[in-house]
Write a protein that binds this ligand. Structure first.
Ligand code: TXA
Ligand code: MG
Length: 335
């Protein structure tokens, strides 16, 4: 058991530029020496550590304030190295890997014995993905090791989609942040359990169940309420510090002046529907991809403005592509 606490890790967090070769080398040096470095992925920024270094893995939990029983995703650089970490690699697993990797799908697989318990929280299953970001994959390759990486935010808080978001929450708690610009997708990967008879989505994400079902030609189940320790499965998660509410347009229109005092309304669609409301308003795209791309960034910005309330207009679409977004919004507002 690692008895060290955050006070033993006071860092002058370095911001590195992912476009500069020397800075990439610097990040690799930090990883090899057992430090945690925040790296860009296509989904959100991850807080990376060498997957073979138990002390480095423990530092992640301390830096994030995350309970140790929440396992970490193992990030690998290519499909070929999958067999080093997992066994029972079925044809379906390979089909998904070949179609979606590098990309925002994480598969829960039967782990090989060489995987440290600190990564899986003692489970015999390991979550693995190949991230679609050149900087991240380059750093895996040069570190000569797979990297574990949870989202680079404090436990239960908003996920980071820019280097600045990471700095806001983890400055002084980690060795370095590699700036690779904004994350292209903007919400966390889909997690699918491939160890069960029927492949089962544990965390909804950018890749929807129907699309995976088509790739493997089989039913894919979506588990909504389950006890598997996916921290993204906690009801309270991805939260701004400002009290945040999710309301349909007509519910917003029924709020009293008192209820919306010093509030900001994050709306999509037509602004005219809210023209009589005396609160600040800001727009987010009504397109699901654009909404995913922007939502964490906008919430980070609004959170910094110290409103009394953030009121998010609830998307009314039942389209499958909105499910992962609704999942994040419901957790962001859960009291
Ligand atoms: O897009 C993503 O998946 C990002 C980027 C950085 O790759 N990562 C991410 O990691 O969202 P994190 O730790 O914030 O969320 C991963 C989720 C956690 O809820 C964790 O509990 C679950 O995956 N998980 C990881 N390993 C698992 C395992 N062996 N069994 C069950 N759940 C697992
Ligand atoms: Mg997370």
């Amino acid at each position: 058991m690692d008895k060290r606490e955050l006070k033993d890790f006071q860092y002058k967090t370095v911001i590195l530029d992912g476009k500069i070769e020397q800075d990439i080398e610097e990040a690799v040096k930090f990883i090899k020496s057992g430090e945690n470095v925040a790296l860009p992925t296509e989904t959100v920024y991850g807080l990376a550590a060498d997957a073979t270094n138990e002390a480095a893995i423990n530092k992640i939990f301390i830096a994030k304030n995350r309970p140790n029983n929440h396992p970490l995703i193992l990030h690998i650089s290519d499909i070929e190295s999958l067999s080093k970490f997992a066994h029972n690699i079925t044809a379906d697993i390979l089909k998904i890997a070949e179609f979606y990797w590098p990309g925002p799908v994480t598969m829960l697989l039967n782990k090989k014995d060489n995987i440290l318990n600190a990564i899986t929280a003692g489970s015999d299953k390991v979550a693995i993905r190949v991230p679609a970001h050149d900087i991240f994959r380059k750093i895996i390759e040069r570190s000569n090791s797979a990297l574990v990486a949870p989202s680079a935010n404090l436990y239960t808080k908003l996920s980071p989609t820019s280097a600045l978001h990471v700095k806001d929450s983890l400055d002084g708690r980690i060795a370095a942040i590699v700036d690779g610009g904004r994350c292209a997708v903007g919400i966390e990967s889909t997690i699918i359990d491939m160890t069960t008879n029927i492949p089962t989505i544990l965390r909804k994400g950018p890749i929807i169940a129907d699309d995976i079902a088509k790739i493997i030609g089989k039913e894919v189940r979506i588990l909504d309420d389950h006890n598997i320790s996916v921290s993204g499965n906690k009801k309270k998660h991805y939260q701004p510090t400002t009290p945040t509410y999710l309301m349909l347009a007509n519910e917003i229109l029924n709020l009293t002046n008192e209820e919306i005092e010093n509030s900001i309304i994050l709306y999509h669609g037509d602004i005219n529907q809210f023209k009589n409301i005396k609160a600040d308003k800001t727009n987010i795209s009504a397109d699901h991809k654009q909404f995913s791309y922007a939502i964490y960034d906008i919430l980070h910005q609004l959170d910094a403005k110290k409103y009394n309330k953030i009121i998010i207009q609830k998307p009314s679409s039942n389209d499958h592509h909105w499910q992962a977004i609704m999942d994040r919004l419901e957790r962001a507002v859960y009291q």
